[in-house]
Design a protein around this ligand. Structure first.
Ligand SMILES: [Mn+2]
Length: 631
């Protein structure tokens, strides 16, 4: 008997357009590969054609963006008049990359463009009054935003009063009536006719760069061709897209493929230095490296008040300065990680929750705040393993744990979301972590994660009389509260949880396709390479495979289990990372099903397929057996 650690969530059927199936057949795409593509959202012929096309062919005319013409005209005017510009980004990785793209672009056409990187506490989310004051003081008459601004109507109006125009570039949810900015370049606008609505802030900024740099002369048909200066900035657009976990389809996939080329072969000094710091091989960089090494370093800078430094790193063309800045940001990242680790250890100890050592991977933080329309921190943290495939940490949870966890401590505001996210993932129940926001005013700021067990937005509405302000959505939310109201909030929230929360179940493991062992071969592993680049937004496929007999299961160094699995014709090598329990519980001759990812390994000139096993169950226990059982 082997106990699976997860509840396997088998793929729901996805309907695929007839024309898409025909095109797949025409292009020699197998049914199983088509099934995987459909799971990633490729269900129409046009989406499939786009998936298979070279990236340059998949770029749309930037003139199709809402307000493109106005934006172009206003920048031309600024150039003609020699106006000074302030570029306002956001402090997360997407915002920093979008900001850098716009600063580089405006400078390259001769404008005096200064970056303004907001601070989480001093400026908050969205365009800040402080930035507008600075623009006014410096005689800047145009503010260009990146990754924010759509919901900053009051600030934009204030800028106008001071004689400053605001040009918004953003990708956040847009109200029916866009703000009164000079232009609101946002493909999420309800009146947008731009063919791609999944761009991130950096992606939109990159399209605006394309619009501004191709010049008025070659618009139209030739407008699709990418100027070299724009191509060279695709690395930044890519990092923003990965950091926001944009679906890697359509134009985002094109950006990923073009951006990886730039990063691998001709990166800007700041990114080269950062990649070096992360001990990554530049020529083999992939989306996972960006998602778990590059983007978190940029996000960490924002969390510990170093976002300005990160912007300098992205903007510099001096290799020496880049080295120094990358070192400092690396330090900030270590600091953030250390703070989070200590805080988590502290909290887990107090809850008597045991987690295997080294189980806290680097996290990719996805900021969902603005989508939720809240001016509070509701960053969702996604553990490395959760993005590549949702594999929560194996944890031992005491049975006496309450149905919701509310913790108040003294931690930096920038990390409470990370603590809440990690705990909610581990414990599969609502977690709220609060810290002091303003000691003098006696206020707290809290981050909430649902752990999949409760609708947080609703629960907070039911407590809103106790909160200074709150916002967020079902899975992630945040609020500010007066310290004296915390006890009352705690008891009311626990009551709500008791009444409404679904009891935590085994963590789920999402499966992309169910296959029998004999059909998982080298050819299939090769076929799946078509899905590259994989990573955040396009995780490597997880396969549920039925019909193995265990030949050998033994402990490998580092708490892993090495497996040899037999199917009808041959045996397969497999490894289960961080699963020492499998070596103990599996014995020779056991009939099992597994969830795994397939990878191709080159060894001594020979290529073989290996399975990376995520979970094991007795045959038939989690999936209906498809295969003839091997003897
Ligand atoms: Mn963004």
């Amino acid at each position: 008997m082997v106990q699976p650690l997860y509840q396997w969530r088998l793929p729901a059927p996805v309907s695929v357009e007839r024309a898409c199936v025909d095109l797949a057949r025409e292009r020699g795409i197998s049914r199983r590969l088509m099934a995987l593509l459909a799971r990633r959202g490729v269900t129409s012929a046009s989406e499939l054609a786009s998936f298979l096309a070279p990236p340059d062919d998949e770029l749309h005319d930037p003139a199709l963006l809402p307000d493109a013409a106005v934006a172009l005209r206003r920048v031309e005017e600024a150039r003609a008049r020699g106006e000074r510009v302030l570029v306002y980004g956001d402090f997360d990785a997407d915002g920093l990359c979008g900001l850098s793209i716009l600063v580089l672009t405006l400078r390259s056409i001769g404008l005096d463009a200064e970056p303004y990187v907001p601070e989480r506490l001093g400026d908050g989310h969205g365009l800040s009054l402080r930035a507008i004051d600075r623009a006014a003081a410096e005689g800047r008459t145009l503010i260009v935003t990146a990754d924010c601004g759509t919901s900053s109507e009051p600030e934009i109006a204030r800028a106008l009063e001071l004689g400053i125009d605001v040009l918004v570039t953003d990708h956040h949810h847009a109200p029916a009536i866009p703000p009164s900015a000079v232009a609101v370049v946002n493909p999420q606008r309800t009146d947008s006719e731009y063919p791609e609505h999944r761009l991130t802030g950096a992606g939109v900024a990159w399209k605006v760069a394309h619009l501004l740099l191709r010049g008025a002369s070659d618009a139209g048909i030739a407008g699709h061709k990418l100027p070299a200066a724009v191509r060279a900035m695709t690395d930044l657009a890519l990092i923003g897209s990965v950091a926001d976990v944009a679906p890697m389809l359509g134009e985002n996939r094109a950006i990923a493929r073009l951006g990886l080329e730039v990063l691998r072969h001709d990166p800007r000094p700041g990114l080269a230095a950062m990649v070096g710091r992360a001990n990554l091989t530049r020529e083999r960089l992939d989306l996972e490296d960006i998602g778990f090494a590059v983007a978190p370093r940029l996000n960490a800078a924002g969390r510990v008040g170093e976002a300005g430094r990160a912007a300098r790193l992205l903007l510099t063309d001096d290799a020496e300065e880049a080295e120094a800045l990358a070192g400092e940001i690396d330090g900030a990242n270590r600091e953030r990680r250390e703070m989070t680790r200590t805080a988590l250890a502290e909290v887990r100890r107090s809850l008597c929750v045991q987690v295997p050592a080294e189980a806290d991977p680097d996290v990719l933080e996805v900021d969902v705040e603005a989508e939720a329309g809240a001016d509070v921190d509701s960053t969702v943290s996604v553990a490395a393993t959760d993005v590549t495939a949702p594999v929560p940490t194996p944890v031992l949870v005491p049975e006496t744990l309450p149905a919701a966890i509310l913790i108040r401590g003294e931690w930096p505001v920038g990390i409470v979301g990370l603590i809440a996210g990690r705990l909610a993932d581990d414990l599969s129940r609502p977690v709220i972590v609060a810290t002091t926001l303003d000691a003098a005013a006696g206020s707290l700021r809290a981050s909430c994660r649902s752990g999949g067990a409760l609708n947080l937005a609703e629960a907070l509405v039911a407590c809103s009389d106790l909160l200074i302000r709150h916002g967020g959505h079902e899975a992630a939310a945040g609020f500010d509260i007066r310290a004296e109201d915390w006890p009352a909030f705690t008891s009311r929230f626990l009551e709500i949880t008791a009444a409404r929360a679904t009891p935590p179940a085994k963590p789920e493991l999402a499966v992309d396709i169910v296959l029998e062992a004999d059909s998982v071969d080298f050819a299939f592993a090769r076929e799946m390479e078509l899905m590259e680049p994989t990573g955040p937004g396009n995780p490597r496929p997880t396969l549920a495979i039925s019909g193995f007999r265990v030949v050998r299961a033994r402990t490998a160094n580092g708490g892993h289990t090495q497996l040899v699995l037999r199917r009808t014709r041959d045996v397969l090598d497999a490894i289960a990372f961080r699963r020492p329990d499998l070596a103990q519980n599996l014995k020779e001759g056991d009939l099992v099903d597994v969830v795994a990812r397939a990878s191709v390994r080159a060894f001594g000139g020979l290529e073989t397929m290996q399975l990376e096993v995520l979970d094991v169950a007795d045959a038939g226990a989690q999936i209906r057996s498809l295969a003839v059982r091997p003897r």
